[in-house]
Design a protein around this ligand. Structure first.
Ligand SMILES: [Zn+2]
Length: 768
């Protein structure tokens, strides 16, 4: 073994010398060498500190604020209005003294005088939904802002406050010192919007046939802003796209609704006996033991009967939630309600669905099934779902998430029929919104600043959960097909990444400021993580690192750096080039095979080597024994040697083997007959692993993945030398379409004839 190594080392040394000679011979322009794409992200990243460690974990001084709420809420169903009173207890765990507090008034985005509709230029749209058209041009603006009745301290004295659009500064008599708590109360009301008209994230849908409303309610109360080591107060306005930044806390919420409504929301119901009938309690006890299918708590028949009630009486539903960052609820007479138990490592969780009859038969079939599957799938990749339940509520055109509860679209036609598209859309949105419990409800990133940290991570996990859903419920999807995920597979992001650069922003952008938020914050980061998992890191390293991030930051507030650093820290894979390319630029992937040259072994120096020797006054005798590769058909070629094995035509190699190796050792050496130099080029800006499938005349297929670092010294092209015992007949770059390569016409040698659409069309005509 040692001797052979020596022989290869000699040859390697010589190739190395020739490479240096070539590089010296062809001086490149400045910037050609690609170190910047592999440069560490020291300038882009915040400096690690005692709050956030360089490893990506929370540092020794990491802190977060706590906001606890006690609320009484009343829904006026007749006038679609919500009245509320809350007491917030705010704990200052930061090292800073706070002179004032910032409270979020999200509904003010719909105030009559809101600036939100005025900030969008852009001219006449291609088309509008009729309701949106009416809202924009024909009707007086909806008055949906908060009316604040008072802000008072614990002893009932008024606290001065200033409202700036969606943010309210509450001035406190003396600074809230580090480690101190303060309690204060707010009373308010607002008009609930019809969410089907103005695309609100929360509101009601009105059903004209029976005169009922179904409410999905969130952002309905003044909520504390986040104060952190990153932003101080995160009081960027809520303009509509940048979602929410919220501290954790405990909630005690009493919600009064018409007596014939049912209601579910964030937290554990405290007064089940007061609000459930005896029959409902019996069914609920059954559901807690039903692990394979949901049990109806309210049947469709019962819900249809309730639709006709319009009770004048009220009922109060009391909910308590621990360690959540927000609160949402859904209520209506129209809701059918089902539940089942889900077994997780840490205990049982209830998977719950609420839907009007308009959602059936789709919802009774798939909603709770999808909730249960999501909890299992996400838990296995992150941490066990820590809350007692997860509810999926059907709301027209909605897809919105809150702790333990979310709203989801997917409505059959009136006769109950539905297309595959509606079915898959519904399952996918449920997986996505239930999945948001993990990102950002528990791994509590700042959505106002970074859309991708929750949407991208969630969409990535959604892709995995959907594929697993297809495997778990093959009867639910087309036979022998994978689940048709809309996002996540590399090829799906190609149209976006290869599109008009003036409408593409890096992933590391604020969600308010980008065109195409869907692919920017959902599709591209999800695909980037999927490629990272499958192609760059491998599942084992990726999954461990991703789980480490999830566990380090559950019930905490991570930043992008915390994610990027943890993924490296837990895997020993340098990923700065990957984050830099995929997250900080709008570059795309395009790698191709440019050309191929054939060589044979020669003992005569070729032209470049002769120049190298001449420059150093060396003769062949000075250098022996040496092996050279001469290009077939090139000016140094000896036609007699073409296609011969190295030991047949290379005196030096043959002599070396005879002198240094036993007959058995010589027999074990695989003697290459063919030598090739393949040039790969990279028209795309993103460096990526070079994935190649080589096919040989004897039928062998060899797959080699060269690491992305192959591009580190030359961003344009690289040359690879191959030795083989059989003739090379084909090369395919990225044969399984793993990298989101935007142009595959340059991915093969010999170049495959690409049929254009017109040719295909002609062929089709002929066939008919
Ligand atoms: Zn989402």
């Amino acid at each position: 073994m040692r001797k052979i190594q020596y022989a290869f080392a000699t040859v390697l040394f010589l190739f190395g010398a020739m490479l240096v000679a070539q590089e010296e011979g062809t001086k490149k322009e400045p910037g050609h060498y690609n170190q910047s794409k592999f440069k560490q992200l020291y300038e882009e990243f915040a400096t690690p500190n005692t709050y956030r460690s360089a490893s990506g974990a929370p540092g020794p001084d990491y802190y977060q604020q706590q906001a606890d709420y006690v609320m009484d809420i009343r829904l006026d169903d007749k006038n679609a209005k919500i009245y509320g009173e809350e007491t917030i207890t705010y704990t200052n765990n930061s090292p800073d003294d706070l002179e004032y507090l910032w409270v979020q008034l999200d509904q003010n985005v719909r105030a009559k005088d809101s600036k939100a509709p005025l900030r969008n230029g852009g001219g006449v749209p291609l088309a509008d939904q009729p309701a949106a058209f009416a809202g924009k041009y024909l009707t007086t603006p909806f008055d949906g802002g908060f009316n604040i009745d008072y802000v008072k301290d614990a002893s009932g004295r008024s606290l001065p406050y200033t409202i700036n659009f969606t943010m309210m500064r509450v001035d406190i008599p003396k600074p809230l010192k580090s480690g101190e708590k303060i309690s204060f109360s707010i009373k308010w009301n607002y008009n609930v919007p019809d969410h089907t008209v103005n695309r609100a994230r929360s509101g009601f849908e009105y059903f004209p046939k029976d005169g009922n409303r179904a409410y999905v309610i969130a952002q309905f109360f003044p909520r504390m802003a986040v104060y952190s080591d990153i932003e101080g107060w995160q009081n960027h306005q809520f303009w509509g796209n940048g979602e929410f930044a919220l501290p954790f806390g405990d909630y005690e919420v009493n919600i009064t609704v018409p007596a014939d409504h049912v209601l579910d929301g964030t937290g554990v119901l405290q007064n089940r006996k007061e609000v459930f009938s005896k029959e409902m309690i019996k069914r609920y006890e059954q559901a807690k033991k039903s692990y394979d299918k949901p049990v109806l708590i309210v049947t469709q028949e019962e819900a249809e009967a309730a639709e006709k009630g319009f009770s004048e009486k009220t009922k109060t539903w009391k909910l308590k939630a621990k360690n959540v960052r927000d609160f949402g609820f859904a209520t209506s007479r129209k809701f059918i309600w089902d539940m089942q138990a889900v077994k997780l490592g840490s205990g049982d969780v209830m998977a719950v669905s609420m839907y009007p009859k308009e959602g059936n038969p789709l919802w009774e079939e798939y909603s709770t099934k999808a909730v249960a599957h999501t909890l299992k799938s996400y838990s296995s990749h992150t941490f066990d779902y820590p809350y007692p339940k997860a509810i999926s509520v059907h709301a027209k055109n909605q897809g919105m998430e809150y702790p333990m509860i979310c709203w989801n679209y997917g409505r059959p036609n009136e006769n109950g029929s539905y297309s595959d598209q509606v079915k898959y859309g519904m399952i996918s949105v449920i997986v996505h919104e239930v999945g948001h419990n993990f990102f950002p409800m528990i791994v509590n990133s700042d959505e106002r600043q970074w859309g991708w940290m929750d949407e991208g991570l969630d969409t990535f996990m959604q892709y995995i959960a959907e594929q697993e859903f297809g495997e778990a419920y093959p009867e639910a999807i087309a036979p022998n097909k994978a689940y048709p995920s809309r996002r996540g597979a590399p090829a799906k992001i190609v149209p976006y990444m290869s599109g008009d650069q003036t409408t593409i922003a890096p992933i590391m952008s604020n969600p308010e400021n980008v065109y195409q938020l869907g692919p920017n914050a959902y599709g591209k980061p999800a695909t980037a993580l999927n490629i990272l998992r499958e192609t760059v890191m491998g599942r084992e390293l990726f999954d461990h690192a991703f789980k480490t991030y999830s566990q380090r930051w559950k019930f905490k507030h991570p930043t992008p750096e915390d994610f990027f650093r943890t993924m490296e820290d837990a895997s020993a894979v340098d990923l700065d080039w990957y984050w830099r390319g995929w997250f900080y630029t709008t570059d795309y992937v395009d790698i191709g095979v440019k050309g191929i040259k054939k060589y044979y072994v020669s003992d005569k120096p070729n032209k470049e080597m002769r120049a190298y020797m001449a420059a150093r006054n060396l003769t062949e005798a000075d250098l022996r024994p040496l092996v050279y590769l001469a290009e077939e058909g090139g000016e140094d070629a000896d036609p007699n040697l073409k296609g011969k094995s190295p030991s047949e035509n290379s005196r030096t190699l043959k002599e070396f083997m005879m002198d240094n190796m036993t007959a058995a050792e010589r027999a074990a050496v695989k003697e290459p007959k063919y030598f090739y130099e393949v040039t790969y080029d990279k028209p795309g800006g993103l460096p990526m692993p070079l994935i190649v499938e080589y096919t040989y005349a004897d039928g062998t297929v060899k797959n080699i993945t060269y690491p992305a670092e192959i591009w580190r010294k030359n961003d344009d092209e690289v040359k690879i030398v191959l030795a083989s015992t059989s003739e090379l007949t084909g090369i395919t770059v990225d044969p399984k379409l793993e990298t989101a390569d935007i142009d595959t016409t340059n991915n093969s040698w010999p170049k495959e004839e690409q049929q254009n659409n017109f040719d295909k069309f002609k062929e089709n005509i002929k066939g008919k």
